[in-house]
Design a protein around this ligand. Structure first.
Ligand SMILES: Cc1cc2nc3c(=O)[nH]c(=O)nc-3n(C[C@H](O)[C@H](O)[C@H](O)COP(=O)(O)O)c2cc1C
Length: 317
């Protein structure tokens, strides 16, 4: 069984990947998507999205590329591999309007021939030792052609496929159609990783049953419950599990806020922390209180001191 941390643009950067790698239970991460258009991207861009290329975590971090031009994707995938990416992931799931309008992400799910060509050219450009993988949804307007798309990518040479069990039109609305992921798994010889709507250990069990996939990618579920992967593993091993406590999480929030403040322009201060808190509220009521306290602030001192207070209060309790 493998468990991956899902790429989540605007939240999961290298600071959060390090925090999650330290918590444990996950086998692999993927960067936020890097948009490829008509240029060869500068080295510093790859290093900004994936500092782990020079300062690796104990688990691999694949570099995710998003675009529609097979040749430019291949050129940039080759560059990423040369800078030290341990894997290249191709994004065919992004639902964002601006991305789709520019022929990227999920809209390519209407063009299986193009998916094949992108996979083929990227595979050819990257050394054999570096896996090329892809992440898809079940379709663009509707849940159709997903087996065709998956087969096209596999034929193009990808090593693994992550399937988010919804169409672009489904957005993030439950349910995720794990049974459709199962249809893909039955037709592919490469590993298929199920993704979508796994929030609890029970969800993992049901997803596994419906999709037949042992391997999963967890997104918002891991944000709301940072030790979900550990809980799933304990359950699979038949062991008891003690969930992470709020004081531990509050400490991690403080660390994350300090690190992100130093890494991004001030006008974005607190954005990533707030996103994480939004999901943590599902599991931890204290996260809701903290979110409400800082939601309108962009001031690094105010935000940090609110998080510090929350941490101190949690530790004193
Ligand atoms: C805020 C946010 C940002 C995301 N960014 C990316 C991204 O950069 N690349 C990608 O392939 N998927 C991205 N996704 C999709 C997730 O990786 C995942 O497929 C989706 O959230 C479903 O899984 P979940 O139900 O476990 O969250 C994003 C999702 C969210 C909520």
């Amino acid at each position: 069984m493998r468990i991956y941390l899902a790429p989540m643009e605007g939240v999961v950067d290298h600071h959060l990947r390090k925090i999650y790698a330290d918590i444990g239970g996950i086998d692999l991460c993927v960067t936020e998507f890097i948009r490829v258009t008509h240029t060869r991207l500068p080295e510093k861009m790859f290093r900004r999205y994936c500092p782990e290329m020079s300062d690796p975590l104990p688990i691999p971090v694949r570099v995710q590329l998003l675009g529609s031009d097979p040749e430019m994707l291949a050129i940039n995938a080759y560059a990423a591999a040369r800078y030290g990416a341990p894997g290249i992931d191709l994004n065919f799931g992004c639902p964002a309007k601006t991305v789709n309008k520019n022929r990227g992400g999920a809209c390519l799910l209407n063009e299986p021939e193009l998916l094949f060509e992108i996979a083929r050219q990227v595979r050819q450009a990257v050394p054999n030792s570096i896996p090329v993988t892809a992440k898809i949804r079940l379709g663009y307007e509707s849940r159709t052609r997903y087996v065709e798309n998956a087969l096209a990518l596999a034929e193009g040479g990808i090593a693994e496929l992550v399937v988010h069990g919804r169409s672009k039109t489904d957005g993030y609305r439950p349910p995720a159609y794990w049974n459709c992921i199962g249809e893909i798994r039955e037709r592919l010889a490469i590993p298929v990783i199920a993704n979508g709507e796994i929030w609890t250990v029970d969800d993992y069990r049901r997803c596994r049953e419906e999709s037949g996939c042992d391997h999963v990618m967890l997104g918002r579920g891991l944000l709301s419950c940072p030790d979900l992967a550990l809980a799933i593993r304990a359950d699979q091993a038949g062991e008891a599990y003690q969930p992470m406590t709020w004081p531990h999480i509050a400490e991690l929030l403080l660390k994350f806020q300090r690190e992100t403040t130093d890494s991004y322009p001030l006008q974005f201060c607190g954005n990533r922390l707030k996103q994480w808190l939004m999901y943590l509220q599902r599991q931890y009521p204290q996260a809701h209180t903290l979110f409400e306290t800082i939601k309108k602030s962009r001031d690094p001192h105010i935000i940090e001191s609110a998080v510090r207070d929350a941490r101190d209060l949690a530790c004193a309790a």
